[in-house]
Design a protein. Structure first.
Length: 164
């Protein structure tokens, strides 16, 4: 899924959960962070195609990050929001990534396994069905963005101003 789709999904969930601004920010930011490995494009497209959705998509590493950050913050709210955002991103990638551009599944259990997690590997459904669900979800999320902007409830407002 593209970054706007990941962001909007997390933003809608955070809105529904009525999160306070720090946790809301953590949720939406973490929904984008697993794709930070896209910066490896500087090493060439072959490198990106080989290593995208590997280490940064590990459920284990995100759990360790949340456990590491929580004592520093003396709270579980922000680390749990980080974990939820990252896991949401990874789950969507596992369910919908059909390996069209990148090499396939995500290394969701790294460092214990480099097995690729991808729903399409386990059920016999034509790739076109995954693409249809993916496109439908993207249209729904973009429509939600347009709707809320039209209603003057801007998805980027959680980044403006102080904490509530």
């Amino acid at each position: 899924m593209d970054p706007l789709g990941h962001y909007m999904l997390a933003w809608l969930i955070g809105r529904r959960m009525k999160l306070k601004r720090p946790a809301y920010r953590a949720l939406t930011l973490a929904s984008l962070l697993p794709d930070i490995d896209a910066v490896t494009l500087i090493f060439g497209m072959d490198f990106l195609l080989k290593y995208h959705a590997t280490l940064s998509h590990s459920l284990v590493l995100w759990l360790l990050l949340a456990l590491t950050v929580s004592p520093l913050l003396r709270s579980w709210r922000i680390p749990l929001a980080l974990l939820l955002g990252a896991y949401l991103h990874i789950l969507v990638d596992i369910l919908l990534n059909t390996g069209i551009i990148f090499r396939g599944g995500v290394w969701c259990l790294w460092p214990f396994s480099e097995a690729e997690c991808l729903l399409a590997y386990h059920i016999n459904v034509p790739t076109i069905a995954f693409r249809a669900v993916y496109i439908s979800l993207e249209i729904l999320l973009y429509s939600a963005a347009i709707y809320f902007i039209w209603k003057r409830e801007y998805p980027w407002e959680i980044w403006i101003g102080g904490c509530r």
